[in-house]
Design a protein around this ligand. Structure first.
Ligand SMILES: [Zn+2]
Length: 314
């Protein structure tokens, strides 16, 4: 009897271990293997918020992570949790060079050293201005010899030392018309400049299989050129960093709820995901959503880390 009980306990233990592995593996396949989807890696902003990494997103096509939009703090871990592979990426699209959008880039580049990737990886971002470097200057400040902070990763600039090469694609300042940063048989990725106070910043549009996905980056929502880019978007990943009564400095940087609602409504966005959530925008979230809803009637979701949003085929 005692032996039988022990046997049952061992079998239950093995079953529990098997279930734990299954649970872990199902958690790594949130976006499935078919169709187009956007996964939020980081739904937070620059201030620490429990459960929210800083800004980062993936565009999935048929189970492959094709575009990484931003790589803020925490993207390194979320990238692994999403089951994305650096070998599958066609583009890293950086919206701007604030730390909460780019801090984990060197960590992902170093991780790529241990991957099977050898082909060039295009990386797009803004040209410089005011107190901000251009994308190329930023990459050099991080990786180039002899003075880069992570000069031991300098192989990522020229493909030497067992690294794959990052190929910078810079978007000129004040780009009002969509500027193509990547194109292949499946994907076209374009960018426009967006107003984010003094910070050179971009929004991106990814066109794939007749669907279009738009990433606002950080911006105050005042540029017609951005809302034209978002016209009829199947999915708009929209930063919601401030409440309606934000102070004047914050309003130059970020869109208020009413500005988000007005723009998304006029652009006939079909599905909007609010992300880049901070304590100050979460505190009055219900009231903010009510303001957005005054002008926007499409589908609306609040991002959480690792949430996946499949895009229905047209
Ligand atoms: Zn920013």
């Amino acid at each position: 009897m005692v032996r039988n009980q022990q046997h049952i306990m061992v079998r239950l233990g093995k079953l529990a271990a098997t279930l734990a592995v299954l649970a872990a593996s199902s958690a790594t396949n949130a976006c499935g293997t078919d169709g187009v989807a956007v996964q939020i890696l980081g739904s937070g902003g620059p201030s620490v918020v429990d459960q929210r990494a800083s800004a980062s997103n993936i565009v999935w096509v048929d189970g492959r992570a094709r575009v990484l939009v931003d790589a803020g703090g925490g993207a390194f871990l979320r990238f692994a949790e999403s089951s994305a592979k650096i070998e599958d990426l066609s583009l890293i699209a950086i919206t701007h060079l604030h730390a909460d959008h780019v801090a984990d880039l060197p960590a992902l580049v170093k991780s790529g050293y241990f991957s099977d990737r050898t082909r060039v990886l295009p990386i797009s971002g803004p040209s410089g201005g005011n107190d901000f470097p251009s994308l190329s200057e930023f990459l050099n400040a991080e990786f180039s010899e002899p003075r880069g902070a992570f000069r031991y990763l300098s192989g990522s600039l020229d493909g030497s030392d067992g690294f794959f090469k990052l190929e910078p694609r810079q978007v000129p300042a004040n780009t009002k018309k969509p500027f193509e940063v990547f194109r292949d048989a499946d994907l076209t990725v374009t960018a426009v400049s967006v107003p984010h106070g003094p910070v050179p910043a971009l929004a991106y549009r990814v066109d794939v299989r007749g669907m279009h996905l738009v990433f606002s980056g950080d911006q105050n929502g005042s540029a017609d050129s951005f809302w034209r880019l978002a016209t009829n978007a199947d999915l708009l990943i929209m930063a919601h960093a401030v409440p309606e009564d934000a102070d004047p400095v914050a309003r130059k940087l970020h869109a208020t709820p009413s500005a988000i609602g007005l723009g998304a409504g006029q652009s006939r966005v079909k599905h909007m995901i609010l992300t880049h959530l901070m304590a100050r925008s979460l505190r009055t979230l219900d009231a903010n959503i009510a303001l957005i809803r005054k002008s926007y009637t499409g589908k609306l979701d609040i991002a959480t880390d690792l949430a996946c949003y499949p895009v229905p085929a047209p």
